[in-house]
Ligand binder design. Structure first.
Ligand code: PMP
Ligand code: GLU
Length: 398
């Protein structure tokens, strides 16, 4: 009996896998510290929950138009105008079951077999797999300290071919936390224009930015970039709504129509109750969100300070999102309890086994020299986890 080659060629999500593993251990009574999944530990703001309850009580529990209720698409257009100075009409918006589905729709709408998509590494785990599922080829562009872990013209020129169809920009980035400046985006927008590429801009961490950095959407760089960009965003991170599953996309009308058509067969509309809650989220007060960002910033600063004091460890300083990429390269070839560490997977497995701390191996992000720690967890847990990591690395022998 044969199975789909495409399905067998897909690696399950490592971020979700680690989280499940940590949860299972915790349910079994093990005192696990999880730096695994990237999801805010805050509860969804009360006014959003109340809007969902009201929607249910009012019977808003039926199918809605596939791309989403008009009220929500209008609220999304308003958000783009206010936050990003971008003008969209509701026909350009498609609401989906999480930004993940938006990305899947986008790749399916634009790719033909063999089309290449430029992805910078370290990358978020799902990009290559979603591209493969849509019959495309992910082309991994390795970035480093020198390029500030971002695309630049030199790198793009090196990897572009006549099969390149699209480029993914993820700013703020998961997992590095890097943020593109307007100037850097201008260079990429011009490159995309010259080569005729579609830009997929994943802006899900837009609201989670620290210090002086500012979020700029590449769609707002020029009239041309507006037309060629598919903007992806969602409520998971900005409003602590991961489980509600709501993402949205803004694009050229033709692409939006294709995405809605695909979705009409795969899942129909995003959850109706969530859509009404999303209207309340986008139109409502942002105080909870501001407090959440302040708290993330405190945790980020604390983590960076602690990691800077750890022997043989360095990290990429994040300006946004809620992850720290910790470089563990110096431990490769060394051992703990007779077990040699040769890569990020072994490091993570041993850390979980010995000290009960869950981190995500960088291998899943195309960056085996790193492990990713999420600081979307309480300060007490962060302290406890970092104490354990310190203890762990002290035990590693040369
Ligand atoms: N893009 C990035 C970069 C992410 O980290 C996530 C996290 N899950 C998503 C998209 C998808 O978000 P969701 O499906 O929860 O809206
Ligand atoms: N995006 C989050 C992460 O990277 C959530 C898990 C996922 O969807 O992959 O941890």
């Amino acid at each position: 009996m044969g199975y789909s080659k495409k399905a067998e060629n897909i690696t399950p999500s490592i971020t979700l896998g680690i989280t499940t593993k940590a949860k299972e251990l915790s349910d079994a009574g093990v005192d696990v510290v999880s730096f695994g999944v990237g999801e805010p530990d805050f509860n969804t703001p009360k006014h959003i929950i109340e809007a969902a309850i009201k929607a249910m009580e009012e019977g808003k529990t039926k199918y809605t138009p596939t791309p989403g209720i008009l009220e929500l698409r209008k609220a999304i257009c308003n958000k783009f105008k206010v936050d990003n100075d971008l003008s969209y009409t509701p026909e350009q918006i498609v609401v989906s079951t999480g930004a993940k589905q938006c990305l899947a729709n986008a790749f399916m709408a634009i790719l033909n077999p063999g089309d290449e998509v430029l992805v910078s590494s370290p990358y978020w785990v799902s990009y290559p797999e979603l591209i493969k599922l849509a019959d495309g080829i992910p082309v991994i562009v390795e970035t480093d300290r020198e390029s500030n872990y971002k695309f630049n013209l030199e790198l793009l020129d090196k990897y572009v071919t006549n099969k390149t169809k699209a480029i993914i920009i993820n700013s703020p980035n998961n997992p590095t936390g890097t943020v593109y400046s307007k100037k850097e985006l201008e260079v990429i927008a011009k490159f995309a224009e010259d080569k005729g590429l579609i830009i997929i801009s994943d802006e899900i961490y837009e609201k989670l930015i620290y210090g002086k950095e500012k979020h700029v959407s590449i769609a707002s760089i020029s009239e041309d970039s507006y037309k060629r960009t598919i903007v992806i965003n969602g409520l998971s991170k900005a409003y602590a709504m991961t489980g509600w599953r709501l993402g949205y996309v803004a694009a050229d009308k033709k692409i939006s129509k294709l995405m809605a058509s695909i979705q009409s067969h795969i899942s129909s509309n995003a959850n109706s109750i969530t859509q009404y809650a999303a209207v309340a989220a986008l139109n409502g007060p942002e105080d909870d969100q501001k407090n959440m960002v302040l708290e993330f910033e405190k945790r980020r600063n604390y983590m960076l300070e602690r990691i800077s004091k750890m022997k043989d460890i360095s990290c990429i300083e994040p300006s946004g999102a809620f992850y720290v990429m910790m470089n563990i390269e110096k431990f490769f070839g060394r051992s703990i309890n007779g077990k040699v560490i040769n890569g990020s997977v072994e490091f993570s497995d041993l850390l979980l086994d010995q000290e009960k701390v869950a981190v995500v191996p960088g291998a899943g992000f195309g960056a085996d020299s790193y492990v990713r720690l999420s600081y979307a967890t309480s300060m007490d847990i962060i302290k406890k986890g970092l104490d354990r990591i310190e203890k762990f690395i002290e035990k590693i022998k040369k």
